[in-house]
Write a protein that binds this ligand. Structure first.
Ligand code: AR6
Length: 179
C-alpha cells in the first residue's frame, strides 16, 4: 500500500502542506463548506487573488497563494453537482483530481492535501466519490516520484470510515502489495 497516502479526520485549513485543495464553485469567489472555511482562514487577500482568476470550469483547477493558512498554496477546483450520475459526474470528478495533480506536477509540490470534493453541498454520493478520489490519487503517486505525501482530510468520522473502506477495496482489487 502507498505509505505516501494518508486518510485523516480533521479540518483541512489546519494542514501544513505545499498545497491544500479547495472544493470551490465556478465563480471562485467563496461559498460555504470547505470553501468558506479556507477563505476565512486564509484572509481577504485570498479572495482578492481569486477575483483575478475569472472563474474556473468544473473539472479544472487554478492555483493561488495560501496567505494566512499554514499551507503555502491553495489549488481551487470545481467538482460536479450530482444530478443522478448520468451527466458525466464521475468523469468530471476524476478530472478535478487530475487537474489538481497536474498543478502539483508543474510546481513540483512535495505535499498536498485534498478534501472530499463534491460530497457536501454538491451531493455526490461519497461511496462512489471516495473510490474515484483514491483511484486518481494512487495513480498520481505512481506517476510523480517527487510527491512525498498526499493526505485526504475527511471532516467527519463517518466520511473517514467510508474512505478507509474504499482504500481497502482498491488495495484488494489490485492485489496485496501492488497498490
Ligand atoms: N476541512 C475538511 N473538509 C471539510 C471542511 C474542512 N474545514 N469543511 C467541510 N468539509 P463542500 P462540495 C467537507 O460542501 O460538495 C461550497 O459552497 C464536507 O463535510 O464543502 O464540493 C462551494 O463554494 C464535505 O465532506 O463542497 C461550492 O458552491 C466536503 O468537505 C460548493 O460548496 C465537501 O463539501 C461545493 O460543494
Amino acid at each position: 500500500m502507498d505509505t505516501k497516502l494518508a486518510l485523516i479526520q480533521g479540518d483541512i485549513t489546519r494542514v501544513d502542506a505545499d498545497a491544500i485543495v479547495n472544493a470551490a464553485n465556478s465563480s471562485l469567489l467563496g461559498g460555504g463548506g470547505v470553501d468558506g472555511a479556507i477563505h476565512r482562514a486564509a484572509g481577504p487577500e485570498l479572495l482578492a487573488e481569486c477575483r483575478e482568476l475569472r472563474g474556473c470550469a468544473p473539472g479544472q483547477a487554478k492555483l493561488t497563494k495560501g496567505y494566512r493558512l499554514p499551507a503555502r498554496h491553495v489549488i481551487h477546483t470545481v467538482g460536479p453537482v450530482w444530478r443522478g450520475g448520468g451527466q458525466g459526474e464521475a468523469a468530471t470528478l476524476a478530472r478535478c483530481y487530475q487537474s489538481a495533480l497536474a498543478i502539483v506536477e508543474a510546481r513540483g509540490f512535495r505535499s498536498v492535501a485534498f478534501p472530499s470534493i463534491s460530497t457536501g453541498v454538491y451531493r455526490f454520493p461519497i461511496d462512489r466519490a471516495s473510490a474515484i478520489a483514491l483511484r486518481e490519487l494512487h495513480a498520481g503517486l505512481e506517476r510523480l516520484p517527487f510527491l512525498e505525501k498526499v493526505t485526504v482530510v475527511l471532516f467527519s468520522q463517518a466520511d473517514l470510515e467510508t474512505y478507509v473502506r474504499a482504500l481497502a477495496a482498491l488495495t484488494s482489487s489490485r492485489g496485496a502489495g501492488n497498490v
